[in-house]
Design a binder for this molecule. Sequence first.
Ligand code: AMP
Length: 393
Amino acid sequence: MTDAILVVNAGSSSVKVELFAADDALASLLSGQIEAIGLAPRLHLRDAAGATVADEAWPQGEGPRDHRAALAAIGAAVARAAGQRRIVAVGHRVVHGGAALAAPVVIDPAIRAELAALTPLAPLHQPHNLAGIDAMADLHPGVMQVACFDTAFHRGHPRVADTFALPRAFYQRGIRRYGFHGLSYAYIAMRLAAVAPALAGGRVVVAHLGNGASMCAIRDGRSIDSTMGFTALDGLPMGTRSGQIDPGVLLHLLTTEGYDAAALTRLLYHDSGLKGLSGLSSDMRALEQARTAEATEAIGYFVYRIRKELGALAAALGGLDGLVFTAGIGENSAAVRAAVCTGMDWLGIALDDQANARGETVISAPGSRVQVLRLPTDEERMIAIETLRLLLR
Ligand code: AMP
C-alpha cells in the first residue's frame, strides 16, 4: 500500500477531485470530476497518463440528485480506482475562512462549526464545501481532513485595502474586503520563487482570468490588495458575473424596477459579465470565435477593466516589476494577453509578440522593465502541498 492525498474541490455545479502520492514530489495519480449535478450528471476520472478509468453519465433527472449524492458517487469511484493506494488525508478547497482563519487548518468539530457559521458570507459556495467535508468524513472515517481557504492568502491586507467606507461597526460585523482565488495566488507566488526569483521579492500583479476572474497585488510574496472584495462578485467582469458595479444601480433596481434579492442574485451572478454583454456566451473561446460586434464589445470591456485594475494595483504597490497571466483565459488567450499589454509602455510593459503567441513562460520583450509571464495555475496541487505539510507536522 502506498499513501495518497485526496483533494476535493466542491463547486456550485461540479465536484473536482485529484489524488496525489503523499510524498514530497506529490505526483498526480488520478483526477476527474462530476459535472452538471442536479441536471444530467456525468462522472469522469482519468489516470496520470490521461487514460479514462471511470466514465458514467446519467440521463436528465436520474443519477446523483444533489451534492451529497454526487460526492458519494465520485468518492466511491476514486476509492475503486485508487487500487493499492491508501488515502491518508483529504484536502478541501473552502471558499471562506472569515477574518480569523489565515492558514490551512485540520478540520475538527470546532472548525467544522466555525466554517458553517461563515455560510452567510458565501451562501452559494460554503454549503457545497461543507457537504464535501461531511461526505469524505463518512467515506474515510478517522482520516485527517484539511480545509484550505480562498480567502487566506489575502488576510495580511492592510486595513485600508480590507475595509469599506461604511460606519466602523460594519467592519466588526465582518463586512470586509476578503478577496478570493487565494489558492491560485499562493501557487503562483510559490512558482515565481522557482521561475523568476527576482520577482518573488518584488511588486507583482497576478491576473487570474478564468470563468471567475480577479487580480491580486503581491509584494514580497504577500497579497496587499485584490480586485475581489466581500464576495467573489466585485472587480473584473467574469463569465456570468458583473464585477464592479455602482451600488446605486442595485438601489434603483430594488426601488423602481421591482427586483428582489433573488432576482438581483440571478442578474449579478448568472446573467451578467461576458454572457450578459455578448448576449451569446460566458465562454471566452466561443466569443473569440464568434466575432460578432457584441462578442467583440464584451471582450473589449473585459480587457478595459483588466487594464484599469492593473493601473490601480500598480499604484497600490508603488510601482510594478512583474505581471503574471494565469487561469483558463490568462493561460490560453494570446489575444487577451496582447490586448491587455498593448500601449502599456508608460507602465514599463513591452510584450514580445512572438513569445506571447507561442505561449512561452516569459512573454515580455528582453528590454521590458516589467517582466510579463504566463504561468499555469494549479489550485489542487496547492491544496495537496498544504495538506501534506499539515500531515507531516
Ligand atoms: P477556467 O475557469 O480557469 O477553467 O477558465 C475558463 C475560461 O477559459 C473560459 O472562458 C474558456 O473559454 C477560457 N479558455 C480556455 N481555453 C481557451 C483558449 N484556448 N482560448 C481562449 N479562451 C480559453
